[in-house]
Design a protein around this ligand. Sequence first.
Ligand code: 3HC
Ligand code: NAI
Length: 694
Amino acid sequence: MAVDYTTRDGVAVITLNNPPVNGLGLSTRAGIVEGIERALSDASVTAIVLTGAGKAFSGGADITEFNTPKATQEPTLATAIKVVEGSTKPVVAAIHSVAMGGGLELALGTHYRLAAPGAQIALPEVKLGILPGAGGTQRLPRAIGLEAALNMIVSGAPVMSEKLAGTGLFDEVVEGDLLEAAIAFARKVGAQAGPHPRVRDRKIEHPNAEGFIQFARNGVAGVAKNFPAPHKCIDAVEAGVKNGFDKGLAFERECFVSLVQTPESRALRHAFFGERAASKIPDVPSDTPVRDIHQVAVIGAGTMGGGIAMNFVNAGLPVTLLETKQDALDRGVATIRKNYEGTVKKGKLTPEALEQRMALITPTLSYEDLGNADLIIEAVFEELGVKEQVFKRLDEVAKQGAILASNTSTLDLNRIAAFTKRPQDVVGMHFFSPANVMKLLEVVRGRDTSKDVLATVMKIAKKIRKTAVVSGVCDGFIGNRMIEQYIRQALFMLEEGALPAQVDRAIEKFGFAMGPFRMSDLAGNDIGWAIRKRRYLEHPEMHYSKIADRLCETGRFGQKTGGGWYDYKAGDRTAHPSKLVEEMIVAFSKDVGAGRRKISDEEIVERLVFALVNEGAKILEEGIASKASDIDMVYLTGYGFPLWRGGPMLYADTVGLYNVERAIRRYASRPNGDAWQIAPGIVELAAKGRGFNG
Ligand code: 3HC
Ligand code: NAI
């Protein structure tokens, strides 16, 4: 049963009991209505307490029911709230913890509300591409005022209950036993004559509501241009202000019904569940024991090592930082300090906290200092020989059971693990640059990596606030293996007639944070060049455009050399189209005998995105990623794929795999078509009329 019912001294206690977060699915909603009716028909009951079991009062509507028949089956949430609000016996909400979305809307339908301090209160629907659909846009402004309510609704951000004490939302914020207090409160109000107060009957007082709403609209316009929901939130609140509660409620409903079907909402819900699904590994049960991580060590204090160390220090874990030479060590520590100083300057960290964090770092040149580390992450030069030295040495000094991780981006983790006598303890932790900022962490599962090591790394990833996605061992893992195909297409298109700025513009219009050529100039064109040189030797059968090699031969490595695909002025990262590069590209096309043609933006987007999708499908078939949403999480958190499109695999589902297959076959029949080997998985799913996500 999703709802429990008991009575205490004339008070009915209705307890939502639908783990994990008391989602308001059909059975919970039905249980609430039944509970109220039972209390109303029991003459010995004078009042009702509504509360939640476990870790939440309620996390809101059950998102998994959206767009299924259950979502609209009676009693809907609106009906359940109506029943609560219409109860002739007073209903008291006891909010001990999270009250979000529909959970808060349910509480707003009660007559009185008590909360424990520290309860997270939010209307986070906007983060799922929708708006509060059960009266939240109407009742919250009446409870806490227009400005505070609109801020909560448009941002979706949680506010602690104690911050809302003294508003019309809470009658009391109670230290101590909340349930006891709520029962006592209920007994008191149960003895009073009704009717009991309803939030819907309050007025929205504001000296200049229209002005504030316009101000909010201007604020949203700049930041939410690809998301319809924030605009609708404002519209719905405004409708209530102008036309009253009932009309506002009806308008809110209309907006909810249309938003829940938008691709943006689907994408945001996909990301919500994708993030949580990523932490679950099919053959690693959730009760797998984890190892304790109290002390971390990082080898190499360069670009990556420093950022990696900061992640752990930020989470309060001490880090020993090892380098080979004192000056490299000093430089690494100084860079970390400089980074924190930047945060202090922005007012986001106090000088005391900076010192506390720096104090958690122990710089060393000696491997002997690593003996007590529970997790050691290597971030030294990307050369197998150097990795060999490091891992052999770690095998000698690391304590039994320590996890040995490598941040390698291209090397074979199984070979690295084989440098030790404990390959079960070796795992890849592939951070992205800047490692203290980027959310993505690819966790590379080697042939022998043990399950408890994986479970531990996934847990620690959560602690350092990363989105961890497991990848099998292959060249480039999930993210870089896919991006290689994307860049390969970008280069072919230059050869066939496009220019860098056109390619970048088209894909940035699609929503990528940065097009391939601006990205390459930022990362350094020499990196891709080195990878291609290796490819030419390892895979001579693979066909690459040599156009980027020609650019690199001129020394144009990107921003760091003052020029790459674009020209740059000193101290300025603005990319200016380069006449020289254009001439080089046109000459290259001529030299390789490729006629230049006009390439449409649509073709650019298709070739780039479908190259990702095709490789992603192969990655799934090979079991490198265990689910399509993992690939999407990699692209959303590490590669600037537009969030409102949900990642490459969900985007392909939206386009339809039938259409994706047709496009790939079309490109495969054209010049440079040999780069398109269609993934059998696409063909198979398209034939069944299915997508990657069902
Ligand atoms: N519906 C369905 N499942 C939900 C859910 C919801 N509203 N909220 C959380 N879950 C599930 C998660 O998917 C996860 O499932 P899993 O264990 O199978 O992976 C499980 O509950 C636990 O979630 P978390 O790992 O996120 O647990 P935390 O303790 O870290 O956080 C939380 C709890 C703060 C409630 C967080 O889950 C959260 O923010 N949830 C979403 C809240 C939300 O957006 N509510 C609005 C829903 S829409 C709505 O109410 C519409 C209404 O206006 C009509
Ligand atoms: P870096 O050159 O900035 O830093 C490497 C550091 O390791 C240097 O400070 C060097 O002194 C130190 N070092 C070298 N040999 C050592 C040894 N034997 N013992 C201890 N320290 C040693 O390189 P970067 O960019 O930080 O890369 C490190 C690793 O991270 C590489 O494996 C790289 O492939 C990987 N990586 C790099 C990314 C990037 O964007 N730079 C992204 C993801 C992974």
